[in-house]
Design a protein around this ligand. Structure first.
Ligand code: PLP
Length: 478
C-alpha cells in the first residue's frame, strides 16, 4: 500500500469510525452469532496475491461486524466496562503510526518520560502517597502477578529468584473469597501453589473479614507456613465491595506482610475527593493497581501499577544482557525492568490524551454521573416489590434479582438466569451475572462512556417487561 492509498483509506476509515460512534446503539449489544459461524465464513487459506483494502473492509463489515460485541454501546451493562473515548482513539492512532517499541528509555525517551510524568499526575490526583512510583502494564492480572512475585522476593530476600522454591518454605497468600480470579492465577504462575492461597471469609458487605484474616495468619505461622502477602480489593468484581485497608494494613505491618491493593475498577473513583475515604490506609500498601482501561475512558490496554519501593521492583525483575546495556542506565527509567515483558507499547500517550482532553474536572463529572445513574437505578429497583436490591451500590454497579412473591424462591435462580438470557437476546442491552451465597444475581454496571439516563431507563423498562413475560411462562409450567 502506498502512502497515497493509505491517506485515501485512512480518511475513509475515520468517516466510518465517526459513523460507528454515532450509530453504535443500532447494533445488537451482545453479538448474536453462533459458535463457529464466523470461522466458517472465512477462507481456509490465505490469499497468495495482494487483495485490495476495499475487499478487506467489505469482509470486516459483512463477516466480522455481526460477530462483534459492542462494548462501546451505551446499552452495555455487562462485566465491568472497557471504555474508549475519542481522545484515546486518536492517541492510539498516533501510537500505531509511530510504532515505537518502548522497552527502555533510549528506544523512545519521550515515552519513558511521559509515562513517568503521567504516573505522577495520576498518583497525585488520586491521593496516593508521594513516595509511590508508577508504571503502565497491560492488565491488572499482570500487575497483580508482578506484586505477588515482588512479595515473594521480598520475604525470601531474592532467594526464590535465585534458587527456586527449594529452602524457601511454604509461602502463603491471603485474599478475600470475593477477590478476582487473577489473584489465584497469579499465585499459580508465581509458583507458590494454588493451595497456598488462603481465601478469607467475607462479612455481610462481601468485604474481607479482618478477624478471619488475622486468625488465618496466626494459624499458618503456628503450622510452620510463611505468610507472605495480602491482596485487598477496592471494588470487588462481584459486587464492588471495598476491603478495609486501614485494618488490613495494620495486620500486614504487624506480621510484616506485603500489601497489594487491587482497585482495578474502584481506583477511578479515587479521582473524586468524596470517595477518598475508601482508600484510607492505602499509604500502608506496598503496591496498588487500577485500570484506566476500565472506567477511565482509556482504550484497553492500560493498567497502572504503583509501588512504594521502585528499587525493590527493579531488583526483582531486572536482567541485563549485553545487548541491552546503555550509557544512560541509572539516570533514567528503563521500564522493561519494572515488569514481565521486555517489549512495551507507548501506552502513556492515550492516557495523556484522555487526561488533557477531559481535564480532571471533566473526568470527575463523567464518573459522578455514572455513580448517580447507578444510585437512581438502585432506588427504582428497591422500590419495586417484585425485585430485590442485593447490595447497596458503592460505585457504578447495581446488583439485584427478580424475586416475585408469587413464585417459590427455590426457583429464583432458574428465573433470573432465564431473565438474563432473555434481555441479552433482545440485543438492546447486555447484562452479566454473579452468584452470591448460592443465589444467581444480575449485575448491571452503569459505566459505559456515553451512558445517559435514558439508556438506564430503557434498560429498566426492558428488564421489567421481560420479567413479567417470563414469570407468566413459569407460572404456566408450575
Ligand atoms: C477486571 C478486574 C481485574 C482484571 O483486570 P484485567 O486488566 O483484565 O487483568 C482484576 N481485579 C479486579 C477487581 C477486576 O475487576
Amino acid at each position: 500500500m502506498t502512502t497515497e492509498e493509505f491517506r485515501k483509506y485512512a480518511h475513509e476509515l475515520v468517516e466510518w469510525m465517526a459513523w460507528y460512534m454515532d450509530n453504535v446503539e443500532t447494533f445488537p449489544v451482545k453479538s448474536q452469532v453462533k459458535p463457529g459461524e464466523i470461522f466458517k465464513a472465512l477462507p481456509d487459506s490465505p490469499p497468495l496475491q495482494p487483495e485490495s483494502f476495499e475487499a478487506l473492509m467489505n469482509d470486516f463489515r459483512d463477516i466480522l461486524m455481526p460477530g462483534i460485541t459492542h462494548w462501546q454501546s451505551p446499552g452495555f451493562f455487562a462485566y465491568f466496562p472497557a471504555n474508549s473515548s475519542p481522545p484515546s482513539i486518536l492517541a492510539e492512532m498516533l501510537t500505531a503510526t509511530i510504532g515505537a517499541q518502548c522497552m527502555i528509555w533510549e528506544t523512545s525517551p519521550a515515552a519513558a518520560e511521559l509515562e513517568e510524568r503521567v504516573m505522577n499526575w495520576l498518583r497525585d490526583s488520586m491521593g496516593l502517597p508521594q513516595s509511590f512510583e508508577g508504571v503502565i502494564h497491560d492488565t491488572a492480572s499482570t500487575a497483580t502477578l508482578t506484586a505477588i512475585i515482588s512479595a515473594r522476593e521480598k520475604i525470601t530476600r531474592y532467594s526464590y529468584n535465585e534458587l527456586g522454591a527449594a529452602g524457601n518454605g511454604t509461602l502463603r497468600i491471603y485474599t478475600s473469597a470475593q477477590a478476582h480470579s487473577s489473584v489465584e492465577k497469579g499465585v499459580k504462575i508465581a509458583g507458590l501453589g494454588r493451595r497456598n492461597l488462603v481465601k478469607v471469609r467475607t462479612n455481610g458487605d462481601y468485604a474481607i473479614d479482618t478477624v478471619d484474616l488475622e486468625e488465618s495468619i496466626v494459624r499458618d505461622i503456628a503450622a510452620g507456613y510463611r505468610p507472605c502477602c495480602v491482596i485487598a480489593t477496592i471494588g470487588t468484581t462481584g459486587t464492588t465491595a471495598v476491603d478495609p485497608l486501614n485494618e488490613i494494613g495494620e495486620i500486614c505491618s504487624k506480621y510484616d506482610l506485603w500489601l497489594h491493593v487491587d482497585a482495578a475498577l474502584g481506583g477511578t473513583a479515587m479521582l473524586l475527593p468524596e470517595f477518598r475515604h475508601l482508600s484510607e490506609g492505602v499509604s500502608r500498601a506496598d503496591s496498588f493497581v487500577f485500570n484506566p482501561h476500565k472506567w477511565m475512558f482509556t482504550n484497553f490496554d492500560c493498567s497502572v501499577y504503583f509501588v512504594k519501593d521502585a528499587a525493590h521492583l527493579i531488583n526483582t525483575f531486572e536482567i541485563l544482557p549485553e545487548y541491552l546495556k546503555t550509557r544512560t542506565r541509572g539516570q533514567v527509567n528503563d521500564y522493561r525492568d519494572w515488569g514481565i515483558p521486555l517489549g512495551r507499547r507507548f501506552r502513556a500517550l492515550k492516557l495523556w490524551a484522555v487526561i488533557r482532553c477531559y481535564g480532571l474536572e471533566g473526568l470527575r463529572t463523567k464518573i459522578r454521573n455514572h455513580i448517580n445513574l447507578a444510585a437512581g437505578l438502585s432506588r427504582q429497583i428497591a422500590s419495586d416489590p417484585s425485585f430485590e436490591l442485593v447490595t447497596r451500590p458503592v460505585f457504578n454497579l447495581v446488583c439485584f434479582r427478580f424475586a416475585p412473591q408469587s413464585l417459590d424462591p427455590l426457583r429464583y435462580n432458574e428465573l433470573n438466569e432465564k431473565l438474563n438470557h432473555t434481555v441479552n437476546d433482545t440485543g438492546k442491552i447486555y447484562l452479566t451475572h454473579t452468584v452470591l451465597d448460592g443465589n444467581y444475581i444480575l449485575r448491571m454496571a452503569v459505566s459505559q462512556t456515553n451512558v445517559a439516563e435514558r439508556h438506564v431507563n430503557e434498560a429498566w423498562d426492558i428488564i421489567r417487561e421481560k420479567s413479567e413475560e417470563i414469570l407468566i411462562s413459569f407460572d404456566r409450567r408450575r
